[in-house]
Design a protein around this ligand. Structure first.
Ligand SMILES: [Fe+2]
Length: 226
């Protein structure tokens, strides 16, 4: 009689997944004997669901990575980058909000422009977050955590007049630019050239360009007659 190689009854269930994750023999994947003195490995296609685990790295800490940068330099850069990251995530969300809520004679142009800027900000979010991870830190990711950290004022839940929405975006840009200039200078002083480069070449250059495009829409110029 062939040996039993699997047991449906012993696989982790939706209810017992977390407990089963720590007891692999009862989950059907531990080594078992085949009756001839050979170890066999049971297999199962059942995902181990509803798992929970310990927090393995606290926010605000850095792991030791061999990058030629001191612990303090990497910790400082992560702190500054997480601030820029939180504000950039809020700027991205503001761009999408105003892309949706746009109205008036220039609706189509601004609707498209704000979405383009949102896409570029989203690329920055990923670059900044991955710089934090590269340095051994923890990138701020959950939007509720972002909301606790950001310095950009919350807008009303409803729609504002178009020039007010554009001004709000410009002010968010300036908040980030001021912080990024300072962070770029200080991280360079501490030897973190990569973070300095990201802040200058990407965050600042992109932000300045987008601010220019927004500001030109706030020039009160006649559309038809000079
Ligand atoms: Fe859209």
């Amino acid at each position: 009689m062939p040996p039993r190689t699997s047991s449906t009854a012993s696989r982790p269930s939706a209810r017992s997944g977390a407990r089963s994750a720590r007891t692999p023999r009862t989950a059907g994947t531990g080594p078992v004997g085949d009756g001839n003195g050979h170890a066999r490995r049971q297999v199962s296609s059942q995902p181990w669901l509803h798992q929970r685990g310990a927090e393995v790295q606290e926010f605000g800490t850095v792991r030791q990575f061999p990058l030629g940068l001191s612990h303090d330099a990497r910790l400082y850069s992560c702190e500054r980058l997480d601030q820029v990251l939180a504000d950039t995530q809020i700027l991205y969300a503001l761009y999408k909000k105003h892309h949706w809520l746009m109205r008036g004679a220039t609706f189509y142009q601004l609707h498209l422009l704000l979405d383009k800027h949102a896409g570029e900000q989203l690329e920055l979010v990923d670059m900044i977050a991955e710089r934090v991870q590269t340095l051994g830190g923890v990138a701020v990711g959950d939007p509720r955590h972002v909301a606790e950290i950001t310095t950009i004022p919350r807008p009303p839940n409803g729609a504002e007049e178009v020039p007010a929405m554009l001004s709000r975006l410009l002010e968010a840009h300036e908040t980030i630019l001021i912080d990024a200039h300072d962070a770029a200078a200080r991280t360079a002083e501490m030897g973190d050239d990569g973070t300095n480069d990201l802040l200058v070449s990407d965050v600042i250059r992109t932000g300045e360009m987008q601010a220019w495009f927004l500001a030109e829409h706030l020039v009160d110029t006649p559309l038809v007659r000079a």
